[in-house]
Design a protein around this ligand. Structure first.
Ligand code: HEM
Length: 203
C-alpha cells in the first residue's frame, strides 16, 4: 500500500487508495481488510472450488463422462458443484437486531447466528434428492455465495474462473484420474472453509 501511495498505477489497490483519499471513505484498517479479503477470499475459495470440484467429478465418474460428452453443461455443473459441496462452510456471522424466534430458537438482540451454507444447500425442502450430485439439475438458487447485502462480491468472477477451468480441464485432460488412493487425499479444514491440501492426478 505504501508503494502504491507513492506510485499509483492503473490497478485495484491504487483505486481503493484513491477512494480513501478523495472522500475519506476507507480507513487504513478498512483498506487492509478489503485488500486482504480480495486476495485471500478471492484466491483460496476459487482454487478450492476447482480442486474440490474436480475431486467430486472424479468421485462420480458417470457425471464426469456426461460433462465431457457435452461441455454446454459446464455452467449448470458448476452451480451443482457449488451447491453439493462448495468451498465455503459458513457465511459471515449475522447479529439479531431484536429479540426474535428463529426456527424454534429464541434469539436475543445482539445474539450471533452463523448461517451454515452447506446445510442450506442440502435442504430437502429446496432440492429433490439433495444428497445426489446431478450436473443437469436446474438450480434456481443456492447459498454457496451467501445471501443478502454481504453476498459474495466475487461470485461473477468465481463463476467465470470455474467455467473456464472445468471446460479447459475436460478438453485438455479427458483421461484425468487420481494418482494416489482416494483415502490419502488430504484436506485442510477451517471453520469457514474446507479445501484440499493437494490433489495428485495423472492424465
Ligand atoms: C467459489 C468461489 C467463492 C466462494 C464459494 C465465495 C463465498 C463467499 C461467501 C460465502 C461469502 C459471505 C457471504 C455472506 O456472508 O452472505 C463471501 C463474501 C465475499 N467474497 Fe467470496 N467467494 C468466492 C470467490 C470470491 C472471489 C473470486 C472474490 C473476489 C475477487 C470474493 C470476494 C468476496 C468479498 C469481498 C466478500 C465480502 C462481501 C461483503 O461482506 O459484503 N469471493 N464469499
Amino acid at each position: 500500500m505504501a508503494d502504491k501511495r507513492k506510485h499509483p498505477a492503473d490497478d485495484l489497490i491504487s483505486q481503493l487508495i484513491a477512494i480513501e483519499e478523495e472522500g475519506d471513505r476507507l480507513s487504513e484498517a478498512e483498506l487492509i481488510s478489503m485488500i486482504t479479503l480480495l486476495i485471500f477470499a478471492g484466491h483460496e475459495t476459487t482454487s478450492n472450488l476447482i480442486a474440490r470440484g474436480t475431486l467430486m467429478l472424479l468421485d462420480h465418474p458417470e457425471q464426469w463422462e456426461k460433462l465431457k460428452a457435452d461441455l454446454s453443461l459446464v455452467p449448470s455443473a458448476l452451480e451443482e458443484l457449488l451447491r453439493f459441496n462448495g468451498p465455503a462452510t459458513i457465511a459471515g456471522p449475522r447479529f439479531a437486531i431484536k429479540d426474535i424466534e428463529l426456527a424454534g430458537q429464541q434469539l436475543k438482540k445482539g445474539d450471533i447466528v452463523f448461517p451454515v451454507l452447506k446445510s442450506a444447500n442440502r435442504d430437502e425442502r429446496q432440492f429433490t434428492e439433495p444428497e445426489k450430485l446431478d450436473i443437469t439439475r436446474k438450480i434456481n438458487r443456492h447459498l454457496a455465495f451467501g445471501h443478502g447485502i454481504h453476498m459474495c462480491l466475487g461470485a461473477p468472477l468465481a463463476r467465470v474462473e470455474g467455467e473456464v477451468a472445468f471446460a479447459t480441464l475436460l478438453r485438455r485432460m479427458p483421461n484425468l484420474r487420481l494418482s494416489v488412493p482416494r483415502e490419502s487425499v488430504a484436506w485442510n479444514f477451517t471453520l469457514s472453509s474446507q479445501g484440499l491440501a493437494d490433489l495428485p492426478v495423472a492424465f
